[in-house]
Ligand binder design. Structure first.
Ligand SMILES: *Cc1c(COP(=O)(O)O)cnc(C)c1O
Ligand code: SF4
Length: 336
């Protein structure tokens, strides 16, 4: 990653350039890794309707191995096309929780705004891969209904920006929303759920840091990043996390427990160690949400519980994430 001087004239767009050079075809990523599709030991689904998308940075952290834990997260494999009983389009009841355009309200004190419909990477196990984002509010004006809803619900004191990836919006658009949250008396905490510090660290640019710093001078800002394996957390990512912490942001991580990717205690322990090294606290380890096309990523809950028991023996308490599941209709995530 190039670090631009503070007064450079092009800083806010560097990440957009990085994004332009993202891999949009699995074949191109395989070429980059010098892997030949005919040698693939499992069967691929290269024409799957959930489009392929991988940032150059995430690709640069991969090894040329068909079982690379990063590659397995993004490569469309044939089981994605299988219909599996119990796996649904909307496994977590997000549609029913939509209370205003782009606003989900499931848990009393916090609402979630789907503030961007796009991501910089398409994770094949994604629980929102089938969410009908449709026409979500795109400008400051169209968040009116969401703010009206918040004001009508005084128990809400935290707004979570989610998506898609909320940092996909540029600093100007994001700034309008963040400033408005900063000025709102009811809101005490801003939370940002994003994978960009991991997959597109150049997104953590000066403009964004200034925005967040201005916010943290008055209120608290928590960023929940999403990483599943220590191999994702390279130097550029560590630098981005350090800058965020300097801006007063508290950093947490959520992972999804994924078959053949992070379903051993050694991998989970290394992930926690690396997160702590770069100043990110392990927060959640999610049981996979049963969304269509993701059954091949599932790890049985019993296995997950055993892994957690073993992890507790290896790691300090603060290195152990909470193993949780989202159950429709519950007032919080459910501990396993
Ligand atoms: C997971 C989730 C949250 C955040 O829950 P925490 O336990 O506070 O991290 C908030 N709203 C929705 C709709 C969620 O799915
Ligand atoms: S970054 Fe998050 S929302 Fe986007 S595809 Fe991956 S898991 Fe889904």
């Amino acid at each position: 990653m190039t670090i631009l001087p503070k007064n450079s004239t092009i800083p806010t767009h560097l990440w957009q350039k990085d994004l332009q050079s993202a891999f949009r075809k699995a074949e191109d990523l395989l070429d980059f890794l010098q892997l030949k599709a005919i040698d693939c030991p499992y069967s691929l689904a290269l024409e799957h309707p959930f489009p392929f998308l991988v940032t150059p940075y995430f690709a640069s952290q991969m090894r040329a191995d068909w079982f690379d834990p990063l590659l397995l997260q993004v490569l469309p494999r044939s089981p994605e096309t299988h219909i599996v009983e119990g796996f649904l389009a909307d496994a977590v009841g997000d549609l029913a929780a939509q209370k205003a355009p782009g606003l989900l309200h499931k848990y009393a004190s916090r609402v979630l705004l789907l503030s961007s419909v796009q991501c910089a990477i398409h994770c094949r196990y994604c629980f929102r891969r089938e969410f009908p984002y449709g026409e979500l509010p795109k400008t400051k004006i169209s968040w009116e209904a969401a703010f009206d809803y918040i004001e009508a619900h005084p128990q809400v004191n935290e707004v979570i920006l989610s998506g898609g990836d909320p940092l996909f919006a540029d600093n100007q658009r994001l700034g309008q929303l963040i400033d408005r949250l900063r000025e709102n008396k009811q809101i005490e905490t801003l939370r940002i759920h994003t994978r960009l510090p991991i997959v597109l660290p150049s997104r953590i640019d000066e403009g964004l840091l200034q925005l967040l710093e201005k916010f943290t001078e008055q209120k608290s800002c928590i960023m929940v990043v999403h990483s599943n394996h220590a191999q994702e957390l390279g130097i550029e990512c560590a630098t981005a996390c350090k800058k965020l912490r300097h801006a007063g942001v508290t950093l947490l991580n959520q992972s999804v427990l994924l078959r053949h990717i992070n379903d051993t205690v050694s991998v989970l322990n290394k992930l926690s160690q690396r997160l702590l090294q770069i100043g990110v606290m392990p927060y959640y380890l999610h049981q996979l949400d049963k969304v269509n096309g993701t059954a091949h990523f599932e790890v049985p809950v019993e296995t997950g519980k055993k892994l957690m028991e073993e992890l507790r023996l290896l790691s300090p308490g603060y290195g152990v994430p909470r193993y949780v599941q989202e159950i429709q209709g519950e007032g919080s995530k459910t501990p396993l």
